[in-house]
Design a protein around this ligand. Structure first.
Ligand SMILES: Cc1cc2nc3c(=O)[nH]c(=O)nc-3n(C[C@H](O)[C@H](O)[C@H](O)COP(=O)(O)OP(=O)(O)OC[C@H]3O[C@@H](n4cnc5c(N)ncnc54)[C@H](O)[C@@H]3O)c2cc1C
Length: 398
């Protein structure tokens, strides 16, 4: 059992892509950093597991691109969009994207943080944050070892809150976003492709099937596994929450004929279907005293953009650089303005695209337009993406 110190320069809450990126970078720059994750790795997570081309830049910056490629994540060059009306179109991505399960990606990034020198501990829950004085903040942590509960307290100069889209910590921090009532639920399951079906090949593609109230992404991750991840308005479930793990997929298959054909070519390889709710895209504050929010905890981009992981990695790298420059003072102003400058427009555009795609008539008209003018679609895809990250800092080699 790793010992918890009494003092840290920076404590990072949550080891998703954002938290691990911040912790790795700060540790590499010589800060005393702790990275605390509630789950135990390796673990699965609801996600389309599509890593946009911009994520590749971030992984290179972090110095783990070779380790990432060792998992042989399949290349994705195009996106195939289908609407419930039967219209479909295929758009080229500006550069190669890849698919890797969160089980692999998050474990890899967590290990990287450890190797860089962060005190990275999983299976530990940050229960509460409490200001001590004008310069320090106290963390209350809890973990279970051999069934015995252990409570710990430590003091840090700064806290990076990278706890994702929703955590009980948001309630204790009294963030209004915790009480946002979004109607969206999401489900994910891994599958094997049954060869010889009537569907177009899936190799090199991510499919996005739209329907009234939601959409479903289908693409390969490592080891010939196909990830199916869907997000839709909970009203579609009606009273069926308690039904079988296959039920969400049966329901959405009825909404879009191309999706129904695709799902017939797949057989589940997971016995469980992972589910999360609610998926709120509500705006959140980016800083609060000595707490700096990053990744989904700062703002969640509509999953349809397939850019959440890149944004988490990239915002983590940016924040680490600002903290390094201003430590021990929190970079409150610079972080707020950096965040809004780089992400506000992308967040709005992705929300707008999602809004269009989950309505049958706009989705049908939109896809007809994109069939004629694919350049518009490709430009829209690009505008939801991170710009090149040269400005973030130097690349660190393994
Ligand atoms: C349905 C759906 C599909 C998506 N598809 C894609 C996609 O295809 N491509 C893409 O790029 N993005 C996708 N995303 C978005 C992507 O999953 C997120 O943007 C990304 O995971 C954000 O990373 P993060 O590090 O900010 O948060 P997270 O990955 O959520 O990590 C936060 C971590 O904090 C931990 N934590 C929470 N509370 C505490 C606590 N109190 N103490 C300790 N640890 C805590 C959690 O256990 C978690 O591990 C999708 C999202 C959804 C909902």
């Amino acid at each position: 059992m790793k010992e918890i110190p009494k003092y840290l320069d920076v404590a990072v809450v949550g080891a998703g892509p954002a938290g691990s990126a911040v912790a790795s970078e700060l540790a590499r720059r010589g800060h005393r950093v702790g990275l605390f994750e509630r789950d135990r790795f390796p673990r699965d997570k609801v996600c389309g597991e599509f890593l946009s081309p911009e994520s590749m830049d971030c992984l290179r910056r972090l110095g783990c691109y070779d380790a990432f490629r060792a998992h042989q994540p399949p290349a994705i060059e195009c996106v195939r969009l289908t609407a419930a009306s039967g219209v479909e179109t295929t758009l080229a991505l500006a550069a190669t994207a890849r698919g890797l399960s969160r089980r692999r990606l998050d474990s890899m990034l967590f290990d990287l943080a450890t190797r860089r020198g962060a005190l990275a501990i999983d299976g530990i829950d940050v229960r509460r944050l409490e200001p001590v004085d004008a310069r320090h903040i106290r963390l209350h942590l809890r973990r279970h070892v051999d069934g015995v509960e252990h409570n710990h307290r430590l003091t840090a100069r700064l806290v990076v809150a990278a706890h994702g889209r929703r955590s009980h910590l948001d309630r204790t921090l009294q963030r209004p976003s915790f009480h946002d009532h979004s109607p969206f639920v999401a489900f994910k399951r891994h599958h094997r492709l049954l060869r010889g079906g009537t569907c177009p090949p899936l190799d090199g593609l991510v499919e996005l099937h739209a329907f009234d109230g939601g959409y479903c992404g289908v693409s390969f991750v490592e080891d010939d596994i196909v990830n199916v991840c869907t997000m839709f308005d909970r009203r579609l479930l009606r009273s069926e929450q308690a039904a079988s793990p296959a039920r969400p997929f049966e329901l959405i298959a009825r909404q879009n004929p191309a999706l129904a054909r695709r799902l017939k070519t797949l057989e589940p390889c997971d016995t469980e279907t992972l589910a999360v709710a609610p998926i709120s895209l509500a705006s959140r504050e980016v800083t609060c005293d000595r707490i700096l929010y990053v990744g989904d905890a700062a703002a969640m981009i509509a999953p349809l953009a397939g850019d959440g992981q890149a944004m988490a990695l990239e915002s983590g790298l940016r924040l680490a650089r600002l903290i390094d420059h201003s430590f021990p003072a929190p970079p409150v102003g610079p972080w707020t303005s950096t965040f809004h400058r780089h992400y506000r427009r992308r967040l709005q555009l992705a929300r707008c695209l999602q809004h269009t795609l989950i309505r049958p008539l706009p989705a049908d008209l939109g896809l007809r337009l994109l069939r004629r003018l694919p350049r518009i679609g490709e430009a829209l895809l690009q505008w939801t993406r991170s710009p090149a990250v040269e400005t973030i800092g130097t690349t660190y080699r393994n």
